[in-house]
Design a protein around this ligand. Structure first.
Ligand code: ACO
Length: 322
């Protein structure tokens, strides 16, 4: 049996913030941002629009795409580093918004790697047999934790949400080889001070702002990403040539290009949204997946490689047959 993705959906807040508009409030330029990151614009949640609202929209869109009713869901895992509140988990708000009162709902915190971590945890829980159908969501409102006076970080991030519906299916017949083939997760806390938020309930009793040693993150990113992808290749006997679509976490075009190049994945197989979305942390992979499904690039039977790396550091890869 394998965990098969039945549908995928996403949601972006209406407001678009361009580089030129940002350059009016901080000392930066469109040229600098595009050249260093590939980012041209990002979406920003409206005042009062919460992570749970973004997540609920994305979840509804994924349920519609999967042609399943909300009341068939008995597991909701919401990957986020920007929850509505310290507690309860934002996942239970989404559960309530969807009118679901069965099963379990909880948040998972692995920053930008959150979606890959959540996919892997959902897969394990489905295989353990206690749950039948899962909603795996990545949703973030990073605009709420940015220091809008710090040009080295505020230009990089955006808000958004993406979700998938997943269930365990038998493999024989037409389903052969569909589903999540393998997932590999890693973390190493010795890097925790390279990318962090300088607040929290236990430390400062404030929400805090994102702080990052960008050059340090950059330095480690490509090696960590390619390493954990090599694990996925080794576990499945797959090579870069077998991959139909590479759907990476969208932090920086240079990191994505560098990883694809090192792995030997050709540029036309890379799904890119960082230009339009910025870095939406845990939401970026399902947002990119939904994009490539909506415009019919991703087709049934395609082999799709996901990867992410983020604060912690945490990093991971997943390989799935669509
Ligand atoms: N506009 C103009 N100039 C800027 C800006 C800006 N927005 N930001 C920084 N600069 C300046 C710096 O002050 C520096 O000036 P100096 O030379 O006078 O000191 C110069 O540009 C170069 O700065 P660097 O930090 O060396 O620039 P770099 O080429 O490394 O690019 C960047 C910075 C884009 C942040 C890059 O390091 C990067 O992408 N790092 C990875 C970040 C990342 O992906 N983080 C997300 C991880 S996922 C997660 O978990 C959230």
């Amino acid at each position: 049996k394998r965990s098969v993705i039945l549908g995928c959906g996403s949601y972006l807040p209406a407001r678009i913030l361009s580089n030129d508009e940002l350059a009016k409030s901080v000392d930066t330029t469109d040229e600098w941002i595009v050249q260093r990151t590939g980012i041209r614009e990002r979406h920003i949640a409206a005042p009062g629009e919460l992570t749970s609202d973004l997540a609920t929209h994305a979840a509804r869109s994924a349920l519609a795409h999967a042609h399943v009713e909300a009341d068939t869901i008995d597991l909701i895992i919401l990957a986020t580093a920007t929850p509505d509140q310290t507690f309860p988990a934002t996942a239970v708000t989404v559960q309530n918004n969807l009118g679901i009162s069965q099963g379990v709902a909880f948040d998972l915190q692995a920053v930008c790697s959150g979606f890959v971590f959540a996919l892997s945890v959902a897969d394990s829980m489905l295989k353990a047999g206690a749950h039948k159908r899962a909603l795996v969501i990545g949703a973030e409102t990073f605009s709420r934790i940015l220091d809008w006076t710090d040009r080295t970080t505020c230009v990089l991030f955006g808000d958004g949400a993406g979700a998938v519906v997943m269930e365990l299916q038998d493999q024989p017949g037409t389903n052969a080889d569909r589903g999540l083939l393998t997932a590999h997760l890693r973390s190493d806390g010795k890097h925790r001070s390279k990318l962090y938020v300088d607040g929290g309930p236990s430390s400062t009793q404030t929400v805090g702002h994102l702080r990052m040693e960008g050059r340090e993150v950059f330095k480690h990113a490509v090696a960590m990403i390619t390493d954990v992808i090599e694990d996925a290749f080794a576990a499945t006997g797959t090579t870069a040539a077998d991959i139909d679509w590479f759907v990476p976490h969208q932090a920086n075009k240079r990191i994505i290009d560098g990883s694809a190049h090192k792995l030997g994945i050709s540029p036309e197989k890379v799904v890119l949204t960082v230009d339009r979305h910025g870095n939406t942390s845990a939401a970026s992979i399902p947002l990119a997946l939904a994009d490539a499904i909506a415009d019919r690039r991703i087709k049934r039977g395609n082999l799709i490689l996901l990867e992410a790396m983020g604060g912690g550091f945490t990093w991971g890869s997943a390989l799935l047959r669509w």
